[in-house]
Design a protein around this ligand. Structure first.
Ligand code: UT7
Length: 324
């Protein structure tokens, strides 16, 4: 027998305000047609004034607790993946902890931009395998609408706000590739690509929150190759192959990246969970949102083999293989 970090509950929260592509036609030299055909995005949610990342994260966390039939005090640790925190500090995770009424355990943030949820999952898995925690709430929560340059049509039409949460629980499993839980992890970063995707502000540079800057087509070029490669490596580490995958649950940045990666992996698109049309790119929130929506749609079922993969600023990228 071996300990695995098994999915116990999942949930998400999207702010009420839905913004269709047509809204951008009023203020920018862009069209619904361009945004749809180049990115696959049709609409996105934006947080209300005063609604913060920890508000979104706490709502998603509560939904995951409800799904699991657990209470906040049943959780040992909260890990929040975010690049858009409420404050420079304290962490969003401790603010979520307070909003859930949880006074035990510990909480901290992880920052790996769009790959943040994959890095947070890897971290939570490590804490569970080492015996540090039995149940970990892993949250991806973002308010990217707060760091958009609304005059830059090449970026501001792509991103959205939202949060998703997954509760991982230590469970004994037989110790084979057929186990439930996290089966393998593959992480990478390469800081030489910093200028492809960054925010032009920060505490120790100019004291500003800054705006997102991206050389989209350069990131695109890196994405398909690196995502297919990391997914392949993670499957290999787990002793599994792409034809055994029930669902690829990719970071939702661009439908063309999602399709290109699936093609390289040899996984047909009817085995890929796609939410980019409804959410846009929600950075670290996109994978847990897709997990929660995929489960609610009846796509993801207990026992299914999932591969999550993501790439973002850094560049940082990676994948996690998990049997649901
Ligand atoms: O989540 C983190 C990782 N981020 C990503 O994965 C994003 C990766 N990149 C992408 O998704 C795509 O590169 C974009 C959707 C951002 C852009 O698509 P593209 O096919 O790579 O287009 P492009 O950047 O090469 O731009 C093509 C043209 C340009 O015009 P010219 O120079 O050909 O005349 C742009 O100025 O499209 C123009 N353009 C727009 N036109 C209408 C850029 N943004 C817009 C816009 N509306 N919103």
């Amino acid at each position: 027998m071996t300990i695995r970090a098994v999915a116990r509950g999942v949930g998400h929260y999207l702010p009420d305000r839905i913004v269709p592509n047509s809204e951008f036609e009023k203020t920018l030299d862009t069209t619904d047609e361009w945004i749809r055909s180049r990115s696959g995005i049709e609409r996105r949610h934006f947080a209300a004034e005063g609604q913060t990342t920890s508000d979104l994260g706490a709502r998603a966390a509560q939904a995951a607790l409800d799904d699991a039939g657990l209470l906040a005090q049943d959780i040992d640790a909260i890990v929040v993946a975010t690049s858009t925190p409420d404050y420079t500090f304290p962490s969003v995770a401790t603010m979520v902890q307070e909003k859930l009424g949880m006074i035990n355990g510990f909480a901290f943030d992880v920052q790996a931009v769009c790959a943040g949820f994959v890095f947070a999952l890897a971290n939570a898995n490590g804490m569970i395998l080492s015996g540090q925690a039995k149940r970990v709430m892993v949250i991806g929560a973002e308010t990217f609408s707060r760091i958009m340059d609304w005059t830059d049509r090449s970026t501001c039409v792509l991103f959205g706000d939202g949060a998703g949460a997954l509760i991982l629980e230590a469970q004994e499993q037989p110790g084979t590739p057929a186990d439930r839980g996290i089966l393998s992890v593959d992480l990478h970063s390469d800081g030489r690509y910093r200028d492809l995707l960054y925010v032009d502000g920060g505490v120790s540079t100019n004291g500003l929150a800054g705006h997102l800057r991206m050389q989209g087509n350069q990131v695109f070029r890196q994405a398909v190759e690196k995502l297919a490669e990391t997914a392949h490596v993670a499957l290999d580490k787990a002793g599994l192959t792409a034809d055994q995958v029930d669902w690829v649950v990719p970071h939702q940045a661009n439908i063309r990246i999602i399709e290109g990666t699936a093609k390289r992996m040899g996984v047909p698109m009817d085995h890929v969970v796609v939410t980019v049309q409804d959410h846009g790119n929600t950075s670290a929130a996109s994978i847990p949102l897709a997990l929660s929506v995929g489960k609610a749609r009846g796509q993801i079922k207990t026992g299914d083999l999932l591969v999550t993969e993501a790439i973002g600023g850094g560049l940082a990228w990676g994948s996690v293989v998990i049997r649901w």
